[in-house]
Design a protein around this ligand. Structure first.
Ligand SMILES: Nc1ncnc2c1ncn2[C@@H]1O[C@H](COP(=O)(O)OP(=O)(O)O)[C@@H](O)[C@H]1O
Ligand SMILES: [Mg+2]
Length: 301
């Protein structure tokens, strides 16, 4: 198992400073590490150059990437360039996309996650009523808007939360703000989700968004390998007790390594918030990177 990271934009021989701590942990634990050049991959579209610092494997070998989110097409290019060296990313491009785009895995988590509908950007542009039709299914309920991958949660009132789905003007305004702020980074289309009241923790220091009782679970080959609170410190014993009941769903997810994010409903049970590819999902602020990699190491044997 080789763990690869993006190199620093300033020096190809160094790791991107945002991942320095993780990189040091992997080295400390005796993992083989490698660096790829993300500018060559994403901007110059030269996956061959992006992976030039990695050796050819004598026989097929697993690789795990930890780093910035890649668009499915970029991931596929990376996958192919590495495969030429007999290096195989832990998730195929199909598996990556399965957890990366919410619509891809929605059927698997439906009923355990807020009700969601989506509109591809091509439809948003072609049909002026597409958004209204989509959100009409929520009646007067509050909803949130995001794209197939990300929300603008830190611009909660301006570009994420919509207090009533029937308030056309408000829907239009928040969606407009979301599309404008996402700009070039908008992923594929809009997702509208029923807003579910969550157990409140506090407000975010900088952005003022409401923080709720949320957990991130990394799942490897159908088993939880690392569990962390998302916004706060400590252990959540009640969550740990309930996690088992979600593992049946987790085992249906078409990915070797992914995250499942959970939130506690106000006065209710835990729900799944979203999935992510485990390679590009960040470690929550209070997570312990060394323990994360220790658990991976043990799981890989
Ligand atoms: N349907 C929902 N109901 C209530 N709160 C939500 C809902 N969806 C998201 N949130 C809140 O917004 C935050 C960001 O949403 P999320 O889907 O995780 O987007 P991102 O991919 O940007 O992290 C969540 O951590 C949660 O606090
Ligand atoms: Mg999230």
């Amino acid at each position: 198992m080789i763990i690869i990271y993006g190199s620093s934009p300033l020096d190809e021989k160094k790791v991107d400073e945002s991942y320095e701590e993780e990189y040091e942990c992997t080295k400390q634990l005796g993992f083989e590490v490698g660096l790829i050049n993300l500018e060559d991959l994403m901007v110059n579209q030269r996956p061959d150059l992006a992976t030039k610092r990695l050796r050819n494997a004598p026989e097929p070998e697993d690789v795990l990437y930890r780093g910035w989110m890649l668009k499915p097409q970029e991931y596929a290019r990376l996958y192919e360039a590495l495969a030429l060296k007999d290096l195989y990313l832990i998730n195929t491009p199909e598996q990556y996309k399965h957890c990366y785009y919410l619509p891809e895995s929605y059927e698997k988590i439906k009923g355990h996650t807020p009700r969601s509908v989506w509109v591809p950007m091509s439809e948003v542009k072609d049909s002026p009523d597409a958004i209204q039709t989509a959100v009409s299914q929520f009646g007067e309920q509050p909803i949130i808007v995001k794209d197939y991958v990300k929300s603008r949660k830190h611009e909660w009132k301006e570009a994420c939360f919509i207090p009533s789905a029937v308030d056309d003007e408000h829907v239009r305004q928040v969606v407009h703000n979301f599309i404008t702020l996402q700009g070039e980074d908008l992923n594929e289309g809009l997702v509208f989700r029923e807003f579910v009241p969550l157990e409140f923790l506090s407000y975010h220091d900088q952005s003022g968004m409401p923080l709720s009782r949320e957990m991130r679970v990394f799942i490897l080959d159908g088993k939880p390998v690392y569990i962390s609170n998302y916004w706060d410190e400590g252990q959540d014993a009640a969550f740990m007790e309930g996690l088992g009941s979600f593992m049946e769903i987790a085992r249906t997810i078409e990915s070797r390594f992914f995250t499942m994010d959970f939130a506690k409903q106000e006065g209710g049970s835990w729900i799944i918030l979203e999935l992510g590819d485990g390679q590009v999902a960040g470690l929550p602020d209070y997570a312990d990177p060394l323990r994360f990699y220790e658990h991976l190491k043990r799981a890989f044997g």
